[in-house]
Design a binder for this molecule. Structure first.
Ligand code: CTP
Ligand code: MG
Length: 241
């Protein structure tokens, strides 16, 4: 394989992890809730660290837990640079805080939700590879399986959307560093993902196949699914180090 297709250590990953997890119910911030006895954030960072392209991980932590998160993650990131910063008031602010802390060097930046705790390292590599191959912005997607309808304020159906044109979007999302930085500088309103900001710049966003294992743990039922997935992971190497 040629050098431009596979290059080690040219990627920084931003991990927004400062959310409260309101939809998961009362308890610790979501990134610190346990799955199989291990915090979600540790699961997520272990898998990122298992992707050979990743050199730097910047975590936006709950502001009260910055030091605790640094200690918690240290054993999972041997050989990588770990930076932990206080997160912001919404996801976008947390990503912006993490982006500001990326050191000089990496020209590929991925953004990955801590809540997608079981995302395989292979997906991280495929997103990074697509950016390395020339894409300015890359998102992992899955087809939408449900029929989707728009409704009015009274929950009366307005229309049925053509499902074949819809995609469910996951993380990690990958960007050329300058493109992501420009998108955050230009950000005028809140977006739930970073590709949404990049789209506003008129930059093309490329899709790659996502993974059902990259589900976002949002509600209590998702924890049940994740617990099951944890017991069915295909390869022990995704659990290292
Ligand atoms: N996030 C963040 N900073 C915030 C809000 C969210 O870093 N102020 C992160 C979360 O930690 C999560 C990701 O953004 O990894 C996606 O957000 P979401 O799944 O909505 O998590 P929460 O905001 O924690 O959950 P909820 O909306 O139910 O409170
Ligand atoms: Mg949220």
């Amino acid at each position: 394989m040629t050098a431009h297709l596979q290059q080690r250590g040219d990627v920084a990953v931003l991990v927004p992890a400062a959310g409260a997890g309101v939809r998961l119910g009362p308890g610790a911030p979501k990134a610190l809730r346990l799955l199989g006895g291990i915090p979600l954030l540790v699961h997520a960072v272990r898998r990122l660290a298992g992707a050979p392209s990743v050199a730097v991980i910047v975590v936006a932590a709950p502001p009260d837990d910055v030091d605790a998160v640094r200690d918690l993650l240290a054993p999972a990131v041997a050989g990588l640079l770990l930076i932990v910063v206080p997160g912001g008031g919404d996801r976008q602010a947390s990503v912006a805080a993490a982006l500001a802390a990326v050191p000089a060097g990496p020209q590929i930046v991925l953004v990955h939700d801590a809540a997608r705790a079981l995302t395989p390292a292979d997906l991280v590599e495929s997103v990074a590879a697509a950016v390395r191959a020339g894409a300015e912005a890359v998102i992992p997607v899955l087809p939408v399986v449900d029929t989707i309808k728009t409704v009015d304020a009274d929950e009366t159906v307005l229309a049925t959307v053509d499902r074949s044109t819809l995609r469910a979007v996951q993380t990690p999302q990958g960007f050329r560093r300058d493109v992501l930085a420009a998108a955050h500088v230009a950000a005028a309103d809140p977006h739930t993902d970073d590709a949404g900001l990049v789209e506003k710049l008129g930059v093309p966003v490329v899709c790659v196949p996502g993974s059902e294992r990259a589900l976002k743990i949002t509600r209590p039922f998702d924890l049940v699914i994740a617990e099951h997935l944890l017991g069915t992971e295909p390869s022990p190497r995704t659990l290292l180090p």
